[in-house]
Write a protein that binds this ligand. Structure first.
Ligand SMILES: NC(=O)c1ccc[n+]([C@@H]2O[C@H](COP(=O)([O-])OP(=O)(O)OC[C@H]3O[C@@H](n4cnc5c(N)ncnc54)[C@H](OP(=O)(O)O)[C@@H]3O)[C@@H](O)[C@H]2O)c1
Length: 277
């Protein structure tokens, strides 16, 4: 996500952006976080950092908890001292997936993996500690940067004649570029008396990982057969929700934003990757 914000920043002359990666600022280092925030006094802090290795988190509980939970407490407290708004990214995985209808923000959570529990701790940190904050739950993030499902399917799709992909987990892919644009669009509406609020954001529409993979090879014109398989036939350490579609009515009505359909955004990302060679 951070890379997508950097692309936006290059063309945004009305705002000043400061980016840090883990080498410049470890968000688990309380003093370092405090020092940087005191020095820069940002209006808004956007936390794109996280421990995102969902399966590894199952045996790396303390690290996941530290980065996704404790560090958010540190950020929230530091943000209060400069009256900054903390925008924090959370996940559809805070739900257990037993719903049949898209999750609204007021539906009770039930995180079922270590990663999901650590992300829920981060949400609680913003709710309980931040004076001014926005939590945005998103799902199935991908981008032309870094490693993600789109890049993986493109790579293995080109290398192999067929791929097996789960068809019984349903959600919505989200192009990180769209999420970052939405965040930049909503920031001017966060007025002085803004408290803390939770929103859901993903691209529009619904897909299984199988549908997502089929679309990736189709749009990238790769000759690879995608075979639908059940989750029980693909061993993953961490349990995932079978259904985690997010309802985005709140963010759309509150800020008047429109959200692209997932296949349209996927095509944009694939074209961008093609351009970059
Ligand atoms: N990916 C998804 O499908 C998905 C879905 C829903 C929500 N989210 C949430 O969206 C956010 C962004 O996800 P993403 O996919 O963009 O993640 P990502 O590509 O894994 O990026 C996370 C970044 O956080 C950095 N980081 C890790 N520990 C840090 C620390 N202690 N201090 C500072 N930086 C640290 C990582 O640096 P290193 O690479 O050097 O470790 C990495 O650059 C995360 O909060 C994630 O939980 C992701």
């Amino acid at each position: 996500m951070g890379n997508e914000f950097q692309v936006i920043a290059r063309n945004d002359y009305s705002n000043k952006y400061i980016f840090t990666d883990v080498d410049e600022l470890d968000i688990t280092d309380q003093e370092a976080v405090k020092t940087l925030i005191q020095r820069e006094k940002p209006d808004v802090i956007i936390n794109c950092a996280g421990y995102t290795a969902v399966d590894n988190a199952e045996h790396d509980t303390d690290k996941a908890d530290l980065i996704n939970g404790t560090a958010v407490e540190i950020l929230a407290k530091a943000a209060n001292e400069t009256d900054s708004i903390l925008i924090h990214i959370s996940t559809d995985y805070v739900f257990d997936g037993s719903s049949y209808t898209p999750y609204r923000e007021d539906v009770p959570t039930n995180p079922i993996s270590v990663y999901a529990k650590s992300k829920f701790k981060g949400e609680e940190a913003v709710f309980n500690l931040a004076n001014r904050g926005v939590i945005i739950r998103t799902s199935w993030l991908y981008s032309s940067f870094g490693q993600n499902f789109v890049k993986t399917i493109l790579k293995y799709g080109r290398e192999r004649g067929s791929l097996n992909v789960i068809f019984d987990q349903i959600g919505t892919p989200t192009y990180a570029r769209d999420l970052c644009r939405a965040i930049v669009e909503i920031i001017p509406s966060l007025k002085e008396n803004w408290g803390v609020e939770l929103f859901h954001y993903s691209n529009e529409g619904v897909a299984s990982w199988y549908d997502f993979a089929v679309a990736i090879v189709e749009l990238a014109e790769i000759n690879c057969r995608i075979n639908p398989i059940e989750s029980k036939d693909y061993i993953q350490l961490a349990p995932r929700p079978f259904y985690s579609v997010l309802n985005k009515a709140k963010i759309k009505s509150r800020f008047g934003i429109s959200i692209p359909y997932w296949r349209d955004s996927l095509l944009d990302c694939i074209l961008k990757l093609k351009e970059e060679g």
